[in-house]
Design a protein around this ligand. Structure first.
Ligand code: PEP
Ligand code: MN
Length: 263
């Protein structure tokens, strides 16, 4: 059902009236994890000031180590909702288990399914049964075919409001956190009718590579870019090395706008 052969026209995902997949690029910025109301609000204001409509932030964090910050959970969802109500931004946040999904729906606008859960088939099926857009990230070492099949799990249950997100895959290369598979973007656009995003933060893990990879993503036809922003990355409870601070975010956005206007 996700195949372009079956449905040649692009799927447009509608997030509170903001259309994704219609040829314009969508940006999803926000902190790695929700840490406090003040932290989320600071980033939200800066997103809002750019005229953007969406914000990300993790309330449930699927961390590699059980001793790392696991997220604020429901309290984090409530913070996101409060900021959304105050700013009008739409919220993208990760859900890690089917048991959290129902409760989360009233707080969020887009269900993110993270790399570590790309083959959590019960979660995929549940996300397929709700009436909310889903941002599905590519698994840590998933082939494109496995990624497409994960999206098929969602759509097979009835929900076709799906966005795919390339976020880098595991290779032998250690210069970057993961290896951004840029060719996955045009392949996914050819093989499916779904919008495709590139997460430049988790794919590179390097602030100096955010801008060049975002440009590359747009050049190869991505429908959007995701990147992490934190008001004070040095004290962030997760991914502190790779999140932009607000001045860096301003500069990044200015440069990517310039790139889009000249290409
Ligand atoms: C995230 O976007 O918050 C995240 C944890 O990314 P990924 O699932 O791609 O590792
Ligand atoms: Mn992160």
């Amino acid at each position: 059902l996700v195949s372009r052969q079956r449905k040649p026209e692009d799927t447009i995902v509608d997030v509170n009236g903001h259309k994704i997949g219609n040829g314009e690029q969508t940006f999803i910025f926000g902190p790695c994890a929700v840490e406090s109301y003040e932290q989320v609000l600071a980033v939200a204001k800066s997103i809002k000031a750019k005229g953007l409509t969406m914000m990300r932030g993790g309330a449930y964090k699927p961390r590699t180590s059980p001793y790392d910050f696991q997220g604020l959970g429901l309290e984090g969802l409530k913070i996101l909702k409060r900021v959304a109500d105050e700013t009008g931004l739409s919220i993208v946040t990760e859900i890690i288990t089917p048991s959290h999904l129902e409760e989360a729906l009233e707080y969020i606008d887009v269900i993110q399914i993270g790399a570590r859960n790309m083959q959590n088939f019960e979660l995929l099926k549940e996300a397929g049964m709700v009436n909310k857009p889903v941002l599905l990230k590519r698994g840590l070492a998933a082939t494109i075919d496995e990624f497409i099949n994960a999206a098929e799990y969602i759509i097979s249950k009835g929900n076709s409001q799906i966005m795919l997100c390339e976020r880098g895959i595991r290779t032998y290369e250690r210069a970057t956190r993961n290896t951004l598979d840029i060719s996955a973007v045009p392949i996914l656009k050819q093989e499916t009718h779904l919008p495709v995003f590139v997460d430049v933060t988790h794919s590179t893990g390097r602030k100096d590579l955010l801008l060049p990879t975002a440009k590359a993503a747009i050049a190869v036809g991505a429908d959007g870019v995701m990147a992490e922003v934190h008001p004070d990355p040095a004290v962030a409870l997760s991914d502190s090395a790779q999140q932009m601070d607000i001045p860096q975010f301003d500069e990044f956005y200015k440069e990517i706008q310039r790139f889009m206007n000249t290409h």
